[in-house]
Each structure stands twice: as structure tokens, then as C-alpha cells.
Write a protein that binds this ligand. Structure first.
Ligand code: GLC
Length: 627
């Protein structure tokens, strides 16, 4: 059954669910209720503790994987947690555990998964139908591991490319994000009316729209920073994409670690309780982000109480889950947190579990989708390869350099030419992603895709140091960023961000940004050196940029005969060859403005542009064709 079928199966079914919730809630103790609201990380809790503390959910942080990180290892882990949660006795009620992961571009944690382009590349496709298909494939590969919940889609409207999470945003344009929002939710959760093509067990997973709200609008793109905006602008730019997602029945929403006008979203009662729940009608539950309550108050129990009273229902408290449980219980007993708020939170959590059919599903290893043979299958990879093709944006093509002749003598080089890890970026096998090819099983690098088409292509790791136009007709130079995630991808000066601006970074990541400029020639000077050396010797260069965002690439562009923005294409690098050799023409269009210079200001609205206030080289929507 699809994840929202029970919610949409009609009033009779919905009222049956509400009756079951009421009956169960009436039997629950305060400990059992608070347990349902608690989400530890797998490395910090055992199945026995899940039962002893009545835990409602467990998650894997990025890269936190069981055993040999194969689907069977995940199924076994989830089965153990589920079994513990269902062992009813005089102290424990059988309420199925909900396991959550960041399957944000395919089930990225797991070896051998189909890895789709990150959202910035999907935004370049302008293809909502394909977005829904991607959601459906992703759901299948999540269910194959016994997992029911993904912390996706990200509905951020990234307004400044200096943000380390720009690649998780479909676009700087809220309208494009909104156009995808309902489709990705339907793809992940299964058809809204529950009569979709999926059979029980192969249906949907629970989706999670994130991060509520304004995560992509912070000053200078600082991760977890402060979004300074009037409410009208917050609604127009950052809340707008949530409306179609809510209409599509998204079951959960994750709160942002950022602030709005200096107030942490995790403590923002108006945004959560009044706007998201009351005004916009979320019927599912709200989950905090990773340690999101920590900065709210010196006293952890007080911080927990603030967040619960603000309207958050479930708490991602990876290591401090015991303190959370004890602190919240104390604040309930003191009357600081009303029992009505606890009951509302638990009602919402139970509603999602019933809506997703968790009470009706068999144990993880007995489910039809578990260890599904479609995991990482050729069929799934073809969907990802189509997305790669459609995501590529052609920014320059002098003298018809592209498409390439498959019989040409092609030199392929550059740091990211044969690096499936770089293609995938962050949230792939590891939180920060991986470099190289070993950890990304299945799939193809850019070089492997070219090699399969062009018998006279040659890969060089030395940048083609002695290559001559006598030996090569053209060079394909694949450059760009190494993998990163979240604050580690920010572009700003290293070190603590001005506390006065309420940019209170959490954890070590926010302190070591990727670099202090968007100028690629400063971040990775070897890239422009390679391009200039080859073009300077008379070999025309097709430059392919693998990056999580637009970068300032003026010298690289100038020295290239053709230039392709490939974003973070994921595991199916062969999709580039499909277009470079002309089987398919370029169709991608920029999902965001391309800056001509390094943004200097804090305010993304300066200059009327959205590239962090910088002047624009290519506008949103730009993209060339070869024919
Ligand atoms: C991270 C991210 C969030 C992710 C969560 C679990 O800090 O902000 O997007 O879903 O933690 O990994």
C-alpha cells in the first residue's frame, strides 16, 4: 500500500485510523509517549534499548551504515529494531519503529545504489514527470533496505551560491521548486489516491519536506545562518514550495537549523504551530534536525521544552536521546510542557505510522520489497542516465566543437574525469561523500562513458602534459569541486561566523568552509592550468564542470572551445557521453543565475540579482543547443 493511501482512502478509512490512534494513545504512559517522540542515531542505541525506552524512530546519519553496507545488512538491522519495538509486554506497547535515512538523490548511503544527479542538476532538466519517476525508483531502493522514511525532498530555494547546500536546492526560483515539490512527494510516497501501480510492499516511503523554513535564504549563504526577510518575502520565496508538497500529502516536515530574523526556526512557534500546522494544515508530524535543539538554551531540558512547545513532534537527538527523554519528562511534570502538546505530537506520529501502513506491514525481512532485485538495476540506472542527459547545460560551443565524432582522437583528462565519487558529491556512502571510484559500485565515470563510445579516446591523469595536436583532435577536460556537504561546502572565511549575526554554527563542519571564493581558478588552479596548456598547444578543449553550484569560471570559459555545466551527475556518468557524441542534444537550462564575479555582499538581494548579489554572467534559463 502506498504511504498516504490510508490518509486518502476516504473518510471512512481516515476515521478508522483516528479511532485506532485514540485507542492506542489512551493506553500509553508518559514514558511511552515521550519515547515515540525520540529519534536516536543507530550507532547510539541497541534494539533492546529501543524496547526499554519505547523509541519511536531511529535514523542513520550520512554514512552511518550497518555491516558491509549492502541491502541485506540494512534489512537485518531494521528487522532487529522493528522486532524489538513490536515485543509487547506489560511495560511495552507494540508500535512499529520508523527508520529514517537521507535518500536525497537515490539511497545514497548504500553501496551499489542508483545515485541520481543532485537536485541542482534535476532543476536544470525542467522535467516534472521525470522527477516523479525518480521518486518512485528511489522509494523502491529505500524499501529494498527495510527503511520506510527518507528525509527528502529538500525544498530549499537557495538564493546565494556560497551556501554549501546549494546543490540540494532545485532552483533559486521558488516557482520551479514548487513545480517539482508535489511530483517528488508523489513519487516517493506513492500515488496520492492509493490506487497507484505499486503493489503492497513495493509502494511508497514516507517523505519529509525540508528544511522549514528559509534554509536557502541566509545572509551570505552561511549554512545554519540567518534569513533576514519580511514575512511577505519569506512566504513568497521560501514557504511557497511547501504548499504543493502539503497538497500532495507529504507526511513529515523537518525544521531548519537556520534562523528567521534572528530567531531560531527550532523555537519558532509561529512558523511551526501557527503557519505550518494550523494555517497550512500539515496532518503528519514535524521532526527536528540533527541536534537542532542544542543552541536554543543553555539548559538542555529547557531547550527541549522550547522546541516541543514550538510545535516540533519528533526529535533527532542522535547521542543525547537519554537526556532528551529525562529533560522533557521533567518539564512535563513541572507543567512547562502541557500534556495536550505531548498528545498532539504522539497523535501525529501515530497518524503517520498508520497512514504509511506500518501497523499492517510484515517485519522488514518479510516485506515484498526487501532486498528487491531492482536495487541498483539496469532499469533504475537508465532512469538516472536519462536524468544526467537532461541535466547538462551547454554554456559555450565555438565552431561546432560539440557534438564530438566518436572516431576522433580524444584526450580525456582532468581531476574529475574518472572519479565516480566526485560525480556523486555529498550524502553518498559517507556524509561528506567520497573521492575515487572504489566506494561507488555500479555506474560509470565520465571517462568510462566516453571510452565505451570512442575507440580512439585516451585517458591521461597528467593533464595531457605532452599532448600535441598531431596526436589529438580534441580534449575533454573534466574539472570542478571535490565532494562536500552542508557547512563544509560554504564559501566564506574560515573560523567562527559572527555570533552577532546569529550565525551560530553547530558542530565542527560550519567552521571549515570549502574555501573563501567561488573563483575556481583560486580554489583549484590546476584546472585552468590544464585547459590553458592544451588550448595553448592548439588542441580545442571541451570543459566539463562537475560542481554543486555555479562557480566563477571566466578564465576556464575563455580558454575552452566548449563548456558544459554537469553539476553533480551521480553514478551514471555515461549520460554525458550520450550528449557529448550527439545521440541526444543538450536540453538543460540553468536552474539558477551564473555569477560573473565573486559575490561580496551579505544580502542576496543586492543588485537585484540572486547570485549572492553578484553581477550575472548567464541568467537563469540559459542553455545552448548544438542543433
Ligand atoms: C543534517 C541535515 C539534514 C539531514 C539530517 C540527518 O544535519 O541538516 O538535512 O536530514 O542531518 O542526516
Amino acid at each position: 500500500m502506498t504511504a498516504t493511501a490510508h490518509l486518502q482512502a476516504g473518510p471512512a478509512r481516515a476515521s478508522e485510523i483516528e479511532a485506532r490512534i485514540g485507542e492506542l494513545l489512551a493506553r500509553m504512559s508518559l514514558d511511552q509517549k515521550i519515547g515515540q517522540m525520540t529519534q536516536p542515531e543507530r550507532a547510539h542505541i541497541s534494539p533492546a534499548e529501543v524496547k526499554a525506552y519505547h523509541i519511536g524512530s531511529v535514523l542513520s546519519g550520512g554514512g552511518s551504515c550497518p555491516g558491509d553496507n549492502r541491502p541485506a545488512d540494512w534489512v537485518a538491522m531494521n528487522d532487529a529494531y522493528w522486532a524489538a519495538s513490536m515485543e509487547e509486554d506489560e511495560d511495552h506497547l507494540a508500535i512499529p519503529l520508523l527508520y529514517g535515512v537521507d535518500a536525497i538523490h537515490g539511497n545514497g548511503n548504500v553501496r551499489g545504489a542508483t545515485i541520481f544527479p543532485h537536485n541542482i542538476g534535476l532543476g536544470a532538466m525542467r522535467d516534472p514527470d521525470l522527477i516523479e519517476r525518480i521518486g518512485r525508483v528511489t522509494a523502491r531502493e529505500v524499501l529494498a533496505t527495510g527503511v520506510d522514511w527518507t528525509f527528502a525532498p529538500t525544498l530549499a530555494v537557495a538564493r546565494d551560491p556560497r551556501w554549501g547546500r546549494t546543490y540540494e536546492s532545485y532552483s533559486e526560483d521558488p516557482a520551479l521548486v514548487a513545480e517539482y515539490a508535489d511530483r517528488i512527494v508523489r513519487g516517493l510516497q506513492g500515488a496520492r489516491n492509493g490506487t497507484g501501480p505499486d503493489r503492497p510492499g513495493r509502494g511508497g516511503v514516507i517523505a519529509c519536506a525540508k528544511h522549514w523554513v528559509g534554509d536557502g535564504g541566509t545572509l551570505a549563504g552561511v549554512d545554519q545562518g540567518d534569513t533576514v526577510a519580511a514575512e511577505e518575502e519569506l512566504r513568497r520565496l521560501h514557504i511557497a514550495p511547501y504548499l504543493p508538497a502539503l497538497d500532495a500529502g507529504v507526511l513529515t516536515v523537518m525544521v531548519s537549523l537556520s534562523s528567521w530574523n534572528g530567531e531560531k526556526c527550532h523555537a519558532h512557534r509561529y512558523l511551526i504551530q501557527e503557519v505550518l500546522k494550523r494555517e497550512l494544515g500539515l496532518r503528519g508530524f514535524v521532526v527536528s534536525d540533527w541536534n537542532g535543539i542544542d543552541p536554543l538554551a543553555e539548559d538542555y531540558a529547557e531547550a527541549a521544552a522550547m522546541a516541543v512547545n514550538a510545535g516540533i513532534d519528533m526529535f533527532m537527538v542522535p547521542e543525547t536521546w537519554r537526556d532528551f527523554i529525562g529533560g522533557l519528562k521533567q518539564r512535563v511534570e513541572w507543567g512547562v510542557v502541557p500534556m495536550q502538546r505531548i498528545d498532539d505530537a504522539v497523535t501525529r506520529i501515530l497518524r503517520v505510522k498508520f497512514a504509511a501502513g506500518l501497523f499492517d506491514r510484515p517485519r522488514p525481512w518479510a516485506r515484498r520489497g526487501a532486498n528487491g532485485s531492482s536495487f541498483g538495476s539496469r532499469e533504475h540506472r537508465e532512469v538516472a542516465r536519462e536524468a544526467v542527459r537532461k541535466s547538462l547545460v551547454l554554456l559555450k560551443n565555438e565552431a561546432g566543437t560539440l557534438p564530438l565524432d566518436r572516431d576522433a582522437r580524444i584526450l580525456v583528462t582532468g581531476r574529475n574525469a574518472h572519479d565516480r565519487g566526485a560525480q556523486c558529491g555529498g550524502f553518498t556512502v559517507e556524509w561528506q561523500g567520497v573521492s575515487g571510484n572504489d566506494a561507488i559500485q555500479g555506474g560509470t565515470s565520465v571517462w568510462e562513458g566516453i571510452q565505451a563510445r570512442a575507440p580512439r579516446a585516451e585517458h591521461r591523469t597528467d593533464g595531457g602534459a605532452d599532448a600535441s595536436p598531431d596526436d589529438f583532435d580534441v580534449a575533454v577536460v573534466v574539472i570542478g569541486e571535490r565532494p562536500y556537504a552542508e557547512g563544509l561546502g560554504d564559501i566564506r572565511e574560515p573560523g567562527p561566523v559572527r555570533p552577532g549575526a546569529n550565525h551560530v554554527p553547530a558542530g565542527p563542519g560550519a567552521l571549515q568552509p570549502y574555501g573563501n571564493t567561488l573563483e575556481l581558478s583560486a580554489l583549484h588552479p590546476e584546472d585552468v592550468a590544464t585547459i590553458q596548456a592544451l588550448s595553448g598547444r592548439g588542441i580545442p578543449v571541451v570543459t566539463v564542470l562537475v560542481s554543486g553550484r555555479p562557480l566563477v569560471v571566466n578564465p576556464e570559459l575563455a580558454a575552452s572551445a566548449a563548456f558544459v555545466a554537469a553539476w553533480l551527475p551521480g553514478s551514471e556518468g555515461a549520460g554525458l557521453a550520450d550528449v557529448l557524441f550527439g545521440d541526444h542534444d543538450f536540453q538543460g537550462r540553468l536552474p539558477r543565475s551564473w555569477p560573473a564575479e565573486m559575490p561580496s555582499g551579505e544580502d542576496p538581494r543586492r543588485n537585484g540579482s540572486v547570485a549572492g548579489g553578484a553581477s550575472i554572467l548567464f541568467p537563469i534559463g540559459h542553455g545552448l543547443r548544438t542543433r
